[in-house]
Design a protein around this ligand. Structure first.
Ligand code: CAO
Length: 420
């Protein structure tokens, strides 16, 4: 079956997490992704958080499936010539170097357009144009600068970063959408364009409901926040809301049976207005269905602590899965707090390809997250990540057409390290 992006060549100049997330998606959609890595060194993550001596780390392997790797010194003169040939040949260049690094190599946007006007150049930077544009940025900096950290955590605790990598992987997703949109645009315009995604902007986009709440503060207290029912005044910025729902349907994380021993014996419980009567019945408070102050959603907002404490008395008599089994048939939205161990053991996720087992020559079998976006006519087939420089010779000869003699000269120049 032909893949959605079959025939699209991607010059992958990305490293660490944000950029590789994007190019991995392009590879899963069928693009030929050629990862350019510094000879003998490669993407720094190959050697970060190593769990198997001598093998590429899971950090690297889980972000670089379905790609080919070429070792290429882009600061060496021959290396620059090869890079120029790759720019001529490819449809997309993706990079997430520190600001200015590509320019310092001699590949400005103007130069790239001269080489290949159809090329789409996609970049991730920490910040957009402005006072911080030259900063190097990692995940948590973006979570903080994008408004996520100040609105995450409990009111009486410090700001918190989240485990979901919204700064890195979140920006990679945004960039990927920009690239496929630019490819679609190129069909009509015949030209490439520059696509940029700043990590601060991507986090802010994902945290936009908190900017919504910032503006609602002008109209009075945010009544769906627990702090309203607790009588605690609001300040001038969106506060941290603990586990309160971010939407119009109040929700909380509640303890379930076994919580004393199991740190994940919890459920998320939402008191959706449409099923309030069923909630009242299931927890044994049928009077609340008609009682003044409880019957209508706005009346309940100053009693959320009392209501959720009562619901928790019920959830604590059941495991998180029993809560799910009891509530689902009644359309009461609940969700168990799943540990990574439970997720890794979930057969259903393997059946859909969301989890995959991948074999690797250096480290053996490991579990990875497959493509989370399913295309019915272009299913993702997860292949292991490349070893450093595994495809150097193949790319120089098959993709760029260098002869055996030229290949020997290239190796001699030191541009590609020891070609494999
Ligand atoms: N051949 C020769 N040189 C190469 C090369 C190659 N194949 N690949 C990279 N280099 C060089 C770069 O040109 C750069 O050299 P100069 O500093 O002389 O210009 C150098 O390697 C280091 O690149 P870098 O500055 O991007 O890398 P770093 O480890 O110092 O910084 C990071 C890493 C992520 C902070 C920075 O790249 C960055 O801010 N990127 C943009 C934001 C981003 O994506 N952050 C998320 C990363 S994941 O948490």
């Amino acid at each position: 079956m032909m893949k959605a992006l079959q025939g699209i060549k991607v010059l992958d100049f990305t490293h660490v997490q944000s950029g590789p997330t994007c190019t991995q998606l392009l590879a899963w959609f069928g693009a030929d992704v050629i990862k350019v890595e510094r000879p003998g060194v490669g993407d720094a993550t190959r050697q970060q958080l190593v769990d198997v001596d001598g093998a590429d780390s899971l950090y690297f392997t889980m972000l670089n499936h379905n790609k080919r790797s070429i070792e290429l010194n882009s600061k060496n003169e021959t290396g620059k010539q090869i890079l120029t040939r790759l720019i001529e040949t490819c449809d997309v260049l993706v990079e997430n170097f520190a600001p200015g690094a590509l320019d310092r190599m001699g590949f400005t946007w103007e130069r790239i357009q001269e080489i290949n006007p159809r090329l789409i150049m996609a970049s991730i930077k920490g910040f957009g144009p402005g006072k911080y544009q030259d900063c190097k940025v990692y995940e948590n900096v973006a979570q903080c600068a994008g408004g996520s950290a100040s609105t995450t955590g409990f009111r009486d605790g410090p700001p918190l970063v989240t485990g979901a990598q919204i700064g890195d992987s979140g920006t990679g997703l945004h960039l990927c959408l920009g690239i496929v949109t630019a490819l679609f645009h190129r069909e009509k315009s015949g030209r490439g364009q520059k696509v940029t995604a700043a990590m601060q902007d991507s986090v802010l986009n994902l945290a936009r409901v908190k900017l919504r709440d910032q503006q609602r503060l002008a109209a009075g207290p945010l009544k769906e926040y627990s702090q309203f029912g607790e009588g605690i005044p609001f300040g001038d910025a969106t506060p941290r809301a603990g586990n309160d729902s971010g939407g119009g349907q109040p929700g909380r994380i509640l303890r379930c049976k076994g919580w004393e021993q199991d740190p994940n014996a919890y459920t998320y419980f939402i008191i959706q207005a449409a099923v309030w009567e069923k909630v009242c019945d299931i927890i044994g408070e049928p009077d609340w269905k008609t009682k003044e102050g409880y019957a209508k959603p706005p009346q309940r907002l100053d009693k959320l602590n009392e209501i959720f404490e009562r619901i928790e008395k019920w959830t604590m008599t059941k495991t998180k899965f029993e809560v799910m089994d009891a509530c689902n048939p009644l359309d009461i939205p609940v969700g168990p707090i799943l540990s990574m161990k439970e997720i890794a053991e979930d057969e259903g996720l393997y059946a859909t390809g969301t989890l995959v087992k991948v074999d690797h020559p250096e480290r053996g079998e490991y579990i990875s997250v497959g493509c989370p976006i399913k295309l019915s006519d272009s299913p993702a087939d997860v292949q292991r990540s490349p070893l450093l420089g595994e495809h150097t010779t193949e790319i120089l000869t098959d993709v760029l057409g260098y002869s055996a003699e030229e290949l020997a000269q290239i190796i001699e120049s030191g541009a590609v390290g020891a070609a494999k």
